[in-house]
Design a protein around this ligand. Structure first.
Ligand code: HEM
Length: 180
């Protein structure tokens, strides 16, 4: 991991000619706080809730009730966080004029952020409410527990992708060059 000299697209406050606690600094704070709540929740679901739901000690109906109760409460937190991350993220891109980064492979972590955001937006606003919710419910009640296994694997994949993106975004936005 090398340090880069600040390029034209530098997003530091001084380079943008703004004071240290300005609108873009607030956008960054909102961005990071929303990421923490959202990805933290995904980590909790993946490492705590889903392993409990998959444990065969209790009848499947009871485990489904637990799963749906957690999901119902968390989904609105996640949706709100995803909206805040998108708004604050694009606000920073525009405020610091970082659009050219999307044309450079060095900034692959910018593409990764937008990709993770798009995947979750689709999942939380379209796939989960209109397809997945009913499917998981009916499959689990019909005794097909493999639906929980697949759900758990998908959560692991999303969690790993999100954590890699967070690591790269923090390193990249603090000057590290993450390209070969
Ligand atoms: C629409 C989607 C998104 C956009 C447009 C966006 C945009 C940005 C921008 C412009 C920055 C500042 C870069 C810099 O200072 O050089 C940033 C920082 C960051 N973003 Fe995103 N982002 C998005 C989604 C995400 C997602 C989904 C995650 C987490 C998985 C994420 C995590 C972070 C982190 C951890 C930072 C570093 C903050 C810091 O250390 O100062 N972003 N993002």
């Amino acid at each position: 991991m090398r340090r880069r000299n600040r390029p034209a697209g530098c997003a530091c406050a001084r380079a943008a000619g703004v004071s240290s606690m300005d609108d873009a600094a607030i956008a960054r704070a909102v961005h990071v706080a929303a990421v923490v709540i959202w990805i933290g929740g995904v980590a909790m679901a993946t490492t705590v809730v889903l392993p409990l739901v998959r444990r065969k000690g209790q009848p499947v109906e009871k485990r489904l009730v637990l799963f749906e109760a957690v999901e119902r409460r968390f989904v609105w937190q996640a949706r709100t966080a995803v909206v805040l991350v998108g708004l604050s993220g694009f606000y920073m891109v525009d405020r610091y004029d970082l659009w050219s980064r999307f044309a450079a492979i060095t900034f692959w972590w910018m593409h990764a952020m937008v990709a993770v955001w798009l995947i979750f937006t689709l999942l939380l606003f379209v796939i989960e409410p209109f397809i997945l919710h009913g499917r998981v419910h009916s499959r689990a009640l019909s005794g097909d527990e493999s639906v929980f296994t697949r759900l758990h694997r998908a959560h692991w994949a999303l969690l790993i992708l999100s954590v890699v993106t967070v690591l790269a975004a923090v390193a990249g936005s603090h000057g590290a060059v993450l390209a070969p």
